[in-house]
Design a protein around this ligand. Structure first.
Ligand code: IPE
Ligand code: IPE
Ligand code: MG
Length: 233
């Protein structure tokens, strides 16, 4: 595939990977088939981002609301895919060379998954070129409240934007420059509420399992033409 990339790429891309269920339904398949193909597509897109020189990719894989409001069987199915993803990532680590981090309130996850996450984060820490952050049991409001609780005894005048950012899951990582949502909805659904303050937003009707490197390239071209003013002129 010949791909023409713009010169000014975002350092950090965030993606709301939505539309797995509808992708499956349109093919007469169970929702879990959409999650399975979606999870493979995530690996493809992450690898593409690494290859073109993106520094950070942060993806929304499971929200606090998903875990609370979806049928337990669907959430279990997502956990099964997560186990598979983590196993494969550990096996392919030396070849992939991707630093993997997990954001969100991981405490409700099954203990074996938490152990796999700890191991994956530890082993992949050595890779410094490209970092992927996977948001699981993640809610922007929950993240903000966790940060607030961790600062509750701080002196009020020490609580500035930098100190607060340092308490978030994304501590030390620049805010996303671009947030893409697949699946046709134009909303944030509780994703990175603090960090997306000045992100460029891009919504596409494409359902996540069908979102390709080619479409991402055209999103990047669109991004490269935007005028980011940050409140200035
Ligand atoms: C996104 O796809 C993945 C998760 C939220 C876990 P959905 O499961 O929301 O798919 P749709 O939006 O129902 O098509
Ligand atoms: C957002 O998608 C969460 C993820 C993609 C993980 P949802 O499908 O949960 O969002 P809503 O319910 O349409 O807002
Ligand atoms: Mg959805």
């Amino acid at each position: 595939m010949r791909i023409k990339l713009p010169a000014n790429l975002p350092a950090h891309i965030a993606i709301i990977m939505d539309g797995n269920g509808r992708w499956a339904a349109r093919r007469g398949l169970p929702r879990k088939a959409g999650h399975a193909v979606g999870s493979e597509n995530f690996r493809t897109i992450a690898t593409f981002c690494r290859d073109i020189g993106i520094r950070y990719l942060t993806v929304y894989a499971l929200s606090t609301e998903n875990a609370r409001s979806r049928p337990p069987g669907e959430v279990e199915g997502i956990y099964t895919l997560l186990r598979k993803y983590l196993d494969e990532s550990l096996q392919k680590m030396a070849r992939d060379r991707i630093r993997l981090k997990f954001f969100g309130d991981l405490s409700p996850l099954p203990p074996d998954i938490r152990a796999l996450i700890d191991k994956t984060e530890e082993v992949s820490r050595q890779y410094t070129g490209f970092q992927t952050n996977i948001c699981l049991h993640y809610g922007g409001r929950d993240e903000i409240l966790r940060a607030v609780r961790s600062m509750i005894n701080a002196k009020p005048d020490t609580v500035d934007e930098a100190a607060f950012s340092a308490r978030l899951d994304t501590a030390g990582i620049p805010d996303p420059d671009l947030c893409i949502r697949t699946g046709g909805e134009s909303r944030l659904s509780n994703f990175l509420l603090w960090q997306l303050a000045y992100a460029e937003l891009y919504y596409t009707k494409t359902l996540w399992p069908g979102f390709s490197a080619k479409e991402l390239t055209s999103v990047l071209t669109d991004f490269s033409r935007r005028n980011r003013r940050y409140g200035g002129l």
